[in-house]
Design a protein around this ligand. Structure first.
Ligand code: NAP
Length: 289
């Protein structure tokens, strides 16, 4: 295996340490510590685990978690009222509505109620618009984490050919926007892309976010490319990414593993976004220092 392993676990641990130090400095300057509210409607066990992980990670960096859990049959009016209450609460810097919501609630509509300055998931219309316009704003956590990993790998993005497989609102589209902002030449691929392998072979930076186990083979990868594997697929042989790791490692110059690559970066960036939101609210005067 020739490729450098991009160790997301180690980078994420470092980001979390940095956030902890910066939160302490933020509090030392006076005023309340940052707060992160998670809104969980219903009792989906996987969602409960994710929310628990976010709460624990918050506590570890001295961000105050606010745990909003409500039954699956909570009415739309009540959920709207919960989000509006959190929007107005000066102790809450960031809000996450855990998806998916129960069937009677629309994920996009409810997430869209989060105030843009508390949108630490970076997924509201306002945040997506700011990103598309190249304006400052809170960025979606997973693509922001990939940008940190690319920097860590020493990947030059200016003028580089970057190919993103996947065009979801959650990952593919914001990823492409961030790469564009870094002056890469960006191609977005999806299920209707013709000759995907040929497009991928052009990439200096190849990012796969599809959800198909080991779809990207070695002959899709340009020798020396940096390969970022966002996919998480549960198979009989365990957790694997969208990239055939062993064979691609022999061709790429740098690659993220699954697990231990992109995955750990998401929560680390969420914590960073929460601190950033608290700073923005303090400087805007919506909370006092
Ligand atoms: P998604 O919404 O299902 O989007 C998948 C994308 O892949 C779509 O744009 C789809 O194209 C494209 N696609 C599907 N089959 C394809 C094919 N045969 N060839 C080319 N493109 C194809 O998924 P997502 O939310 O972006 O997530 C993608 C993967 O990343 C999943 O495995 C997810 O678990 C993982 N993920 C991980 C993290 C993390 O590590 N924290 C965060 C987010 C996502 P169409 O648009 O044409 O349907």
């Amino acid at each position: 295996m020739g490729a450098q392993l991009i160790d997301g676990k180690a980078v994420a641990a470092r980001v979390r340490e940095e956030v902890k130090r910066d939160v302490e400095a933020f509090v030392a300057e006076g005023g309340s510590p940052p707060g992160l509210a998670t809104v969980l409607i219903g009792d989906d066990p996987a969602s409960a685990v994710y929310v628990g992980g976010k709460q624990k990670a918050s506590r570890e960096v001295r961000i105050v978690p606010f745990d909003e859990r409500h039954p699956a049959d909570t009415s739309k009016e009540d959920v709207v009222a919960i989000v509006e209450r959190l929007n107005a609460d000066p102790e809450v810097s960031g809000i996450i509505v855990q998806l998916p919501l129960p069937g009677h609630l629309d994920d996009t509509e409810i997430s869209g109620l989060v105030s843009p300055d508390k949108d630490v998931d970076g997924l509201t219309y306002a945040s997506a618009g700011l990103l598309a316009l190249g304006r400052p704003g809170l960025r979606p956590c997973t693509p922001a984490g990939v940008m940190v990993l690319l920097e860590e790998a020493g990947q030059q993005l200016q003028g580089a050919e970057a190919v993103v497989i996947g065009r979801s609102n959650l990952f593919g589209k914001p990823m492409a926007q961030l790469l564009l902002q870094a002056n890469a030449t960006v191609t977005i691929c999806h299920s209707r892309t013709k000759d995907l392998g040929a497009v991928c072979r052009r990439a200096d930076v190849l990012i796969a976010a599809v959800g198909r186990a080991e779809m990207v083979k070695a002959d899709w990868v340009k020798p020396g490319a940096t390969v970022i594997d966002v996919g998480i697929n549960r198979t009989e042989s365990g957790l694997v990414g969208d990239v055939a790791f062993a064979e691609v490692s022999a061709v790429a110059s740098a690659i993220t593993p699954v697990p231990g690559g992109v995955g750990p970066m998401t929560i680390a960036m969420l914590l960073r976004n929460t601190l950033e939101a608290a700073r923005l609210q303090r400087s805007a005067g919506t909370v006092t220092a």
